[in-house]
Design a protein around this ligand. Structure first.
Ligand SMILES: [Fe+2]
Length: 307
């Protein structure tokens, strides 16, 4: 069975119910293969996950993680969402009793791209495509233009069971830091459908993975939490629950990193990322943008928590 054949058709739904894990998103791999890839990720050198080592082995595997990456990870290591922020975001993902702002944005996003279940990008210092929609929804007054869309720091909100396509990050050096919930990261050898997997790991709050142009630069991200009674995929693009994970991402262009980082194999910037289309399996370019800006979302969350 191909993914295309499952695409929101009644026969597709039936096929999805009986399909083997090898033919299903997000990872198109059997349970056994996924288990092997989890074990494999624990032995990668340099390590894909950055942590405070508790053994010589872990220390040695992290020794060759570039200093610029360690700097990003160390600076992020105390960041947490507060309990009220976690709950206020959950309310905005709800379908019922009140359809939240983030749920509405997810619905808008599937009109633009129905190849995979959507997630939300929030620019920490830039502006977002749906900022004006958010202001209108909550009656917020405009508060000026905030920088450009190419923010080096992005908050990503992953509804349960939703996932990204396989993608690369334009030759940047960066981190993926889990703030709440849990998130699976599959790293690949290259940006190509069917590429060899390097390893699979789950990040929980406070854990950090990294990437550079020539190391772990291609990945796919998936939120394995409870999405409700119906499987989520190209045949059903929105989950039924408000469970989610939130991750904090930083991407530095080559000239912004300290000189001892990996030399990028191919120069690029965070303005354009490349990905593999989930349905057509071809390679495409993605001009990066954000859905919301943090200064707008934070005002929405604050207003929400006070009502
Ligand atoms: Fe990514």
């Amino acid at each position: 069975m191909t993914v295309t054949s499952t695409r929101r058709t009644s026969s597709g739904k039936a096929a999805e119910r009986t399909a083997s894990p090898e033919s299903l998103p997000p990872f198109y791999a059997s349970k056994e293969k996924q288990r092997e890839l989890r074990i494999q990720s624990a032995h990668l050198s340099p390590a894909l996950i950055i942590s405070q080592p508790t053994s010589f082995d872990e220390y040695v595997r992290q020794l060759m993680v570039p200093a610029s990456v360690m700097d990003l990870a160390n600076k992020a290591s105390d960041i947490r969402f507060s309990a009220w922020e976690i709950e206020a975001i959950r309310m905005e993902l709800e379908l019922k009793p009140r359809k939240g702002l983030l749920r509405k944005i997810l619905e808008e996003k599937i009109n633009d791209d129905d190849s995979h279940p959507p997630y939300i990008r929030v620019a920490c210092t830039g502006k977002g495509k749906y900022d004006s929609m958010a202001r209108k929804h909550y009656g917020l007054l405009p508060d000026g233009d905030h920088a450009d869309a190419g923010s080096p720091a992005v908050l990503e909100i992953w509804p349960a069971q939703h996932y990204s396509p396989m993608h690369s990050h334009g030759g940047t050096t960066g981190i993926i830091y889990c703030l709440t919930g849990q998130i699976d990261v599959m790293a690949y050898e290259e940006l190509r459908w069917g590429a060899t997997e390097l390893g699979l790991l789950t990040l929980t709050p406070g854990q950090c993975a990294w990437l550079a142009a020539d190391k772990f630069g291609v990945h796919k991200v998936y939120c394995p939490m409870d999405g409700g009674s119906k499987p989520v995929g190209p045949w059903n693009l929105l989950n039924e629950t408000s469970d989610y994970a939130a991750t904090f991402h930083v991407y530095l262009n080559e000239e912004e990193t300290v000189p001892d980082t990996y030399v990028p194999a191919e120069l690029g910037t965070r303005d354009v990322f490349e990905y593999v289309h989930e349905i057509e399996h071809d390679r495409r370019k993605f001009a990066t943008y954000s859905d919301l800006s943090w200064h707008v979302l934070r005002r929405v969350l604050a207003k929400n928590s006070s009502t």
